[in-house]
Design a protein around this ligand. Sequence first.
Ligand code: BTN
Length: 254
Amino acid sequence: NNIFSALFVGQNLVTIKEVDSTNTFLKNLLSNSKPLPEGTVIMAESQYAGRGQQQNKWHSEPGKNLTFSILLTPGFLPVVNQFDLTRVVSLGVFDALLPYLGDKLKIKWPNDIYYDEHKLGGILIEAHIQGDHIKNAIIGIGLNINQENFEPGAGNAISVKQILHRDYDLRTLLSEICAHIEGYYLNLKAGKVSLVRNMYLSRLYWLNQTKHFRSNDQIFEGVIRNVKDEGLLVVENNNEQQEFSLKQIEFLNK
Ligand code: BTN
């Protein structure tokens, strides 16, 4: 009686009505109880303190969207390759949504899911390191699915429903996302790192296009050329390539 086609991601599924943040909840579970199986998913109908990248809050209308966290235990993954996990998760979400949304779907570096110029969802990965490898990774995913209105403060948010004008079954989408993430994860585990890296680059928003960026309070025109193995963004500006971390660069909307 299990709708999940993945082997382990989502097999142990816990759904909660309301929680502060599924990432925090999973983190606390890990530190308080016996070990949890890899692939455990905590899904919440509503979060009252959802967290995003860079200390942002993550708002999501209760019951309308996907807000969940997956536990992975990638003991095989060196810390220096942590960005491969970001790639695996973004690609999994991307592939699950692709049949519904088509070509306008993109991954905006490092791990936002975009439709045209609009943000459909984001990913927050919190890793626990042991030695020089990753012991646990809490993969938090928030996707706007059936929400119809966003507060003006939500910037450029969009939902699947706003694009396709119908409601989607959250459980079905969840199972599809889990299966796709698992597929990429198993490839990574099997050493197919270049497959994962090449695929990620091929899905990247604004690759080889001229855009405006801000760094160190300077606005400049540049072209995204690459993402380094460890995740730095390579932007070409005046025939010179510069590398940026997420904190060092901002994308401007023009
Ligand atoms: C971002 O784009 O800034 C990342 C957003 C991540 C939101 C998800 S919702 C489920 C999980 N729990 C959280 O508190 N955050 C992540």
